[in-house]
Design a protein around this ligand. Sequence first.
Ligand code: DLL
Length: 435
Amino acid sequence: MFFQKEIETMPRSKIRELQLERLKWTVAYCYENIPFYHKRLSDAGVTPDKIKCLSDIQYIPFTTKADIRDTYPFGLFGKPLKEIVRIHASSGTTGKPTVVGYTRHDLDVWSDCVARLCTAVGTTDEDIVQISFGYGLFTGALGLHYGLEKIGATVVPASSGNTQKQVMLLKDFGVTALVSTPSYALYMSEVAKEMGVSNDELKLRLGLFGSEGCTPEMRMQVEKGFGLFATDNYGMSELMGPGVSGECEHRCGLHINEDHFLAEVIDAQTGDVLREGESGELVVTTLTKEGIPMLRYRTKDITRLHYEPCACGRTFARMEKTTGRTDDMLKIRGVNVFPSQIESVLISLENIGPHYQLIVRREGYMDTLEVRVELIDSSLLDHYGALEQMQKTIKSKLHTVLGIDCKVSLIEPKSLERFQGKAKRVIDLRGQGNA
Ligand code: DLL
């Protein structure tokens, strides 16, 4: 199903034509309206007339999160506040948040982009959709909210938290689709079981998940939890919020809304642009944004791009599910470790649950990694032999995948923290004195 079929199935030559026209507009807009970009572009010797074809984008310097922080709060806005009708922000782990602003036109484009990805996985005006993202400065809730209203779905703005009440609403309202992070959906399904609410009493058929990574193995757990079809959509506040890309019902990559975003993948170390299918950091240029346009924004998310048409008929490029962020990568004794690699190993094993935590410590000059994972059945804790055997198996599988030794701790079911937003599974204690 399509929300804007003509655009979503445009021939690639037409997409590229449109992107070039809009890239020229964006570069000129930034150059003329935003002193930061005027200087950045001038310093790099780029004037708007230098952009003659799409590959000329390579002359434009990258923009980073630090640039948004350094111009806090409104320094990168392309319009006076009088024309900004909404502000969102993402809470950084340290210091000031990253602030973004939307004109009325931006909000319109945003809801179209979200309406497309919801429609692509089969959401219709018949659906009752519960939004269990936190409402507020975070873009997730209001982003999905307006897109879903645009297609006529019945929106339940539950927000996050109070999980028992969330379950009650799912049941009483006959909710058919759930919007949340995959980790919160998993937790919610556990709470539903505890409350004695079985999947037969629910009408949930679809999960519109996003805002955090989730391995295919974890996705299966989430699907099992609620007995639904889980789909993935991607975005970030700096670029818009949700709505940058989303899966269709074939789930073979996330279609990028290429009429509004121009995507590249670069080698994170050298900055070189990589070819189709090569894995690297996603860099995105907005093509229609007025409030806070972004030129070659470094997302830090790792993915690959594919351009061949999809079985669904969409011609927009697809990005693979991200495998992590360049800044998620843990360097442990010189070895690069992505939490998603560990997640895949853990979830494929029997008797342990999908909840885990990674603790990195520095002991003397040595980095150590402890993988804590919940058992499904606590009675195993009384069987020392079986426990030891299981630990050994997990350790050896992790060693095969990661190439390093780690400590494996099997712990009581339901003893790890659960998350209502993005999961935080890595605790890096290095650099904290005698951690
Ligand atoms: O998380 C926007 C969003 C909300 C997307 C709801 C989808 C649904 P931020 O809080 O700025 O924005 O976080 C952006 O979250 O750079 C990724 O690292 C991560 N992320 C977002 N969606 C996905 C996804 C929103 N589907 C950061 N898979 C991004 C993996 C994701 N990571």
